[in-house]
Design a protein around this ligand. Sequence first.
Ligand code: 13P
Length: 287
Amino acid sequence: MLVSAKKMLNDAKAGKYAVGQFNINNLEWTKAILLTAEELRSPVILGVSEGAGKYMCGFKTVTDMTKAMIDYLGVTVPVALHLDHGTYDGCYAAMKAGFSSVMFDGSHYAIDENIQKTKQIIADASAQGISVEAEVGAIGGEEDGVIGGGEVADPAECKMIADLGVTMLAAGIGNIHGKYPENWAGLRFDVLDAIQQKTGAMPLVLHGGTGIPADMIRKAISLGVSKINVNTECQLSFAAATRTYIEAGRDLQGKGFDPRKLLAPGVEAIKATVKEKMELFGSVNKA
Ligand code: 13P
């Protein structure tokens, strides 16, 4: 069964750990993440960008696949299926298709329009028990065609969005999607602290989890981050393991070209990355 992200994130905030959102791209990704969460007894959030949703033949296909997989694999830990960086219409399409959580990314609108649209989505989502993530201060970099300027959020605006009753809030604090450049200045912990002071018990979300050093992750959690998004790192792990397999010529040995063999090292690599993150985030045995 899919659950809203509300309880798992409120528990994480109170317990000073974070739940990972791992983005999915296909059946292998979904299976690898679900199996790891179950093995480690960790709650988990499966993130789906609008681009990945299209790639997987629509939100309904994703919901049906995920629900059937949870059932087939006997997954008992809490799993939220979450739209990542959704547009206004995308949020409604995901909710209709059975997603248990949505992110409305209104960070590129003026704050008044962001508030008005976020408010409407919260009203419609909460009536169906669906959790809502909002965003203030665009996350830097590019993810699936969503490009953000890397702004630093204004804590006063964060408070305005938090007061709407949003489940969790993504605030830009110098984080970037994808790999961090050599000259990255690091996370703005002063801003994160100010946001937490203003928004109190509300879970905060850290996007761009790939490549943030462990000590910064721990500090962010200590300052109220309860959800951390990881996407690129699983892609890099998968690609590196697949490259090693092919460069060693293993696809040419016996039936090494069989997709179940060819994709297996990549799947194991995703599992290892997810395990490492769950241990770092502190969500192991919290299901
Ligand atoms: P990374 O791709 O940098 O891990 O970011 C993931 C993310 O924030 C998804 O919204």
